[in-house]
Every structure is written in structure tokens, then in C-alpha cells.
Design a protein around this ligand. Structure first.
Ligand SMILES: [Zn+2]
Length: 209
């Protein structure tokens, strides 16, 4: 009887230092390739697929696409910042939607928050589209912020809280559901009483808002 099987052969092609997005600093990496082989009596004889390359951070053990090696720290930070702006605006929209409706004064405030975050004017169509996306997937503010805020740094947490506060108070006074979610945000964002107060005070001084 002939014993035929398959196995993946993994080997290290290159090692060095790279900026690991997960560790958020420079770390040692291994560029590894994995390729499936046909085996005969447990000996790999013929490759049966293309080699798949991946980068492995030796510190956090996360795996990355090799393009990670082409990106420098600044690129990663720019990407992270773009992502943060979207997430902060979405959080503010979700806070507005917490009471189930959106009114004219809230739209105006959301436009101002968007201007502050993106440094450009967001038109009503763009904002309307973001609102309907946020409404459709039915994720509530606290659950959304609970997950996305893990990627935010301290400054971003404060900025997002400020945006949510302005959104919550857009109608002049806070409705009960918005009051509740804003109270929960302190724990969700892991802010001290003082940091929480400071973030709100800063937001009240935002230009254009
Ligand atoms: Zn890492």
C-alpha cells in the first residue's frame, strides 16, 4: 500500500524589525511561508499550492499580511486616526439615536461635530446615509463604543466623549436614555471622574460647536 497525504510546510524566509500595529511599537518579526505539499510515506514530495506568506510578530504572536512591512509608524497612525474619526462620529450619531429619533438641531450639532473631527463640511446626504447605516444595524451606543474604544488612545477617548456629550445635549437638555448612556460612558471608556469632567469642558470650548 502506498501512503499518500498532504501537509503544510512552514519556514522562515526573513527576520527583522517592524512596526507592529498591535503592540504599537517596533518588534522582531518573522516573515514565514506556508505551502501545502503532497506527501509520500510522510515525506513532502510535490508542492500542491502556492506559498502563502505572512508576518508573525514574535512579541504578541499576531499574524499580518506582508504589506505590514511596507508601512511605517506614521502610516499606521494615520490609518488609525482615520478610523477613529469615523468611529467617534458614529458614536455621536448613536447617542442621538438613543431616544429613537433625530431632529433638526441634532443634525446641526452632528454636522459641527463632523467638521471638528474631519476638518471638512459633511453635507446632509452624507450625514443622512451615516445615520441610516447606524440605525439599520441596531447596535446601541454602549455596545458600539465598548468594542471600538479598545483601539482609542486617551486623547481620542476624551475627544469621542466630548462628541457624544455635544450630541446628547443637542436638543438643549438631555433626555433620560441619553443621560443613561452618557453616565455609562465613564466606565466604558475607563475615565476617572476628573478626566470625564475635563473632556466635557474641553468639548464645550470646541470651535464652531
Ligand atoms: Zn506585536
Amino acid at each position: 500500500m502506498i501512503l499518500i497525504g498532504t501537509m503544510n510546510l512552514t519556514r522562515t524566509r526573513q527576520t527583522g524589525q517592524f512596526y507592529c500595529p498591535s503592540c504599537a511599537c517596533h518588534q522582531e518579526y518573522r516573515l514565514r511561508s506556508r505551502r501545502p505539499f503532497l506527501t509520500l510515506y510522510f515525506i513532502p514530495v510535490v508542492p500542491i499550492g502556492a506559498a502563502e506568506l505572512f508576518v508573525h510578530c514574535t512579541a504578541c504572536r499576531e499574524k499580518w499580511d506582508p504589506t505590514v512591512l511596507e508601512m511605517d509608524q506614521r502610516t499606521h497612525e494615520a490609518i488609525q486616526n482615520d478610523q477613529f474619526r469615523d468611529e467617534a462620529l458614529r458614536s455621536a450619531i448613536l447617542v442621538v439615536l438613543e431616544d429613537g429619533s433625530i431632529c433638526e438641531s441634532e443634525i446641526t450639532v452632528l454636522q459641527r461635530i463632523a467638521f471638528r473631527l474631519f476638518d471638512r463640511q459633511l453635507n446632509r446626504d452624507e450625514l443622512g446615509e451615516l445615520c441610516s447605516i447606524a440605525q439599520q444595524n441596531k447596535i446601541v451606543a454602549r455596545n458600539y463604543v465598548l468594542t471600538v474604544s479598545r483601539r482609542w488612545n486617551e486623547k481620542q477617548k476624551a475627544e469621542a466623549l466630548g462628541a457624544m456629550f455635544l450630541a446628547a445635549t443637542a436638543e438643549g437638555k438631555m433626555e433620560a436614555p441619553q443621560m443613561k448612556v452618557m453616565t455609562e460612558m465613564q466606565a466604558i471608556l475607563n475615565l476617572t471622574e476628573q478626566e470625564y469632567q475635563q473632556a466635557i469642558e474641553d468639548a464645550l470650548r470646541w470651535e464652531h460647536v
